[in-house]
Design a protein around this ligand. Structure first.
Ligand SMILES: Nc1ncnc2c1ncn2[C@@H]1O[C@H](COP(=O)(O)OP(=O)(O)O)[C@@H](O)[C@H]1O
Ligand SMILES: [Mg+2]
Length: 362
């Protein structure tokens, strides 16, 4: 790997009461990629961004930018800009002055400022809006002004703290697409914060999943979706059936009172585990051909598929997404393939998990 643009090494953050809100954060950010910090409210996402931006210092540990330790470097000396959740625009200034503000403070010549502001506006598809007042802009347009104001400084890294959470659903989806496209066009590193797993899956090259001040898993959207490291990640990223089981030996797991072939290896014999099966990996069949016998409880039409809730003979509840219809109260078969079963150990570290994946992926 090239030298990372940003590294955290064993960063701990405590506010007044000595209870750490970040516990031991270590990660590398590679230049030019789209990263997302994903986790529920209060898990420490904004605290990480504030330390990258230089608004807050670590209590312990070190932060590096292109290999240089920057713990004490003030915000205005960092090549980083932030887009805040509430945009933090100046309401009494027009679009042009909002975007030009930072450049004027740096005392750049007027014609250079002019050119840079125009370019930034073009970048966010707001060319011609220079004279508009902020209060005359829609939510999505303000969002773009905030982005233009950040990219006009040509930062090496752009930090975005839940920038889409104030927008309605449709605009939000459009802005997800735009942001992703903008990142690819500019080629600069984006670090995006959200509590919305679908947003993280749609936009990112790499996701860091946070749980209460720890990064519990890092990986591509596909890695994290297909191979969640633990119950928390499996539950947080998409809908899952999570069932308790026993790993009998390599490639054989027992749950719901039956034994199943699977692809997981490297777990102790007879170790208690949790088993994840995604609703879209399950299918319905007749009772005789099913791997499990289930009774249908409810059937909801969801547009593209039916969402079927059913229970097996030992009362585990299962959610199935399928294009097949079923009758509530009927007894049917549940079908899945060995590779649809994903086994998780209790309390496995990310390093152990990676080693185990490597061992059976070859
Ligand atoms: N300035 C502060 N003083 C004391 N506690 C804080 C401060 N800022 C954040 N916290 C606490 O740190 C934790 C993480 O907050 P934050 O990073 O804002 O989480 P997130 O952005 O993931 O919602 C929360 O428990 C929050 O209450
Ligand atoms: Mg936050």
């Amino acid at each position: 790997m090239k030298q990372p643009i940003i590294s955290f090494k064993h960063v701990v953050k405590c506010y007044d009461d000595d209870v750490p809100v970040l516990k031991d954060i270590t990660f590398d950010i590679e230049e030019g990629k789209f990263y997302t910090l994903l986790g529920p409210s209060g898990c420490g996402k904004t605290t990480i961004l504030r330390m990258i931006a230089g608004f807050s210092e670590p209590t312990k540990g070190d932060i590096f930018f292109e290999g240089q330790r920057i713990n004490e470097v003030p915000a205005n000396k960092r090549q980083v800009n932030t887009v805040f959740q509430d945009y933090a625009l100046f309401p009494h200034m027009n679009v042009y002055d909002n975007i030009a503000f930072g450049l004027k403070i740096k005392k750049m010549p007027r014609d250079v400022i002019d050119q840079k502001v125009k370019e930034a506006l073009k970048m966010v598809q707001l060319a011609g809006y220079e004279k508009r007042g902020i209060n005359e802009m829609s939510g999505g347009q303000r969002q773009r002004v905030a982005i233009a104001r950040a990219i006009v400084n040509e930062p090496k890294v752009l930090l975005l703290d839940e920038p889409l959470s104030a927008l309605d659903h449709k605009l939000r989806l459009a802005m997800q697409y735009e942001l992703r496209e903008l990142q690819q066009r500019l080629g600069i590193t984006f670090i995006f914060v959200t509590h919305d797993q679908e947003e993280a899956l749609a936009m990112s090259d790499e996701i860091f999943v946070l749980d209460n001040g720890n990064i519990v898993q890092t990986g591509s959207p596909v890695d994290i979706y297909d191979e969640p490291i633990n119950h928390y990640v499996a539950d947080f990223i998409g809908e899952s059936n999570i069932i308790e089981g026993i790993m009998l030996r390599d490639n054989l797991v027992k749950f719901a009172g039956k034994e199943f072939e699977c692809v997981d290896e490297g777990i102790r014999e007879n170790e208690p585990v949790e088993v994840v099966l995604r609703p879209e990996d399950l299918d319905l069949t007749d009772v005789d051909h099913g791997k499990l016998k289930v009774t249908v409880d409810t059937v909801l039409f969801r547009g593209v598929h039916y969402e079927i809730i059913c229970h097996d003979e030992v009362q585990n509840e299962w959610m199935v997404h399928t294009t097949k219809k079923a009758e509530p109260g009927s007894l049917i078969g549940l079908y899945f393939d060995p590779e649809d079963i994903h086994v998780m150990r209790f309390n496995e570290s990310e390093a152990e998990f990676d080693a185990r994946l490597d061992s059976y992926e070859g």
